[in-house]
Design a protein around this ligand. Structure first.
Ligand code: 218
Length: 179
């Protein structure tokens, strides 16, 4: 939420969502259930912090509680990432970070795309149709956001891979290998 206060937007339709970086890392560490719970809370926090773009009730429901919750689906790759990392296979680990960031990012921006077609059509520039305008803006925003989340997550993974593995899983693994 705090990272969201760093200005990265151009108009109302393009922005790089820096908050997806910690949500991706958290989801890859704790799994998709904890991830979507965190994503849901992140979506709700836009209300008390006054960060909501409001066009209609349905649009707001889609773009905040729903879209942000889907960001937690990076956690679908948590178990695979942890197994690869504990086995020392960091190359595979990079692949799972990329897959996780794409899963959460695409799932979230799919909802912004839907809201864009239905509710943001009157903002369409350059004579684009609502469909094309939403596809281009949310596609570019989503890809830029996913790219930044991947770069930062991979850099952190290289420096401290253990951040992606909860302490209790690390301990269980160490116990098993000391027997
Ligand atoms: C075409 C278009 N323009 C704007 C929006 C609104 N939107 C897009 C991405 C992310 C968010 C969440 C807060 O940053 C919002 C409100 C859209 N969906 N489509």
């Amino acid at each position: 939420m705090a990272l969201g206060f760093i200005p990265t937007s151009i108009g109302a339709s393009f922005s790089v969502s820096l908050g997806l970086i910690p949500l991706t890392i958290f989801s890859l560490r704790r799994g998709w259930k904890a991830g979507i719970a965190a994503g849901f809370l992140w979506g709700l926090l836009h209300f008390p912090t006054g960060q909501v773009y409001y066009l209609s009730v349905i649009q707001v429901l889609i773009e905040y509680p729903i879209a942000f919750t889907f960001g937690g689906f990076a956690g679908l790759y948590a178990t695979k990432l942890q197994k690869a990392t504990l086995a020392g296979d960091y190359k595979k680990g990079y692949g799972y970070i990329v897959a996780g960031a794409f899963s959460g990012g695409l799932a979230r921006y799919f909802w912004h795309f839907v809201a864009g077609v239905v509710f943001w059509g009157s903002y369409a520039m350059w004579g684009f149709s609502p469909f094309l305008y939403s596809l281009v803006m949310n596609g570019l925003s989503g890809l830029a956001t996913i790219f930044v989340a991947i770069v930062v997550s991979v850099l952190i993974y290289q420096k401290m891979p253990e951040l992606f593995i909860p302490k209790e899983i690390r301990r269980a693994y160490q116990l098993q290998n000391s027997k």
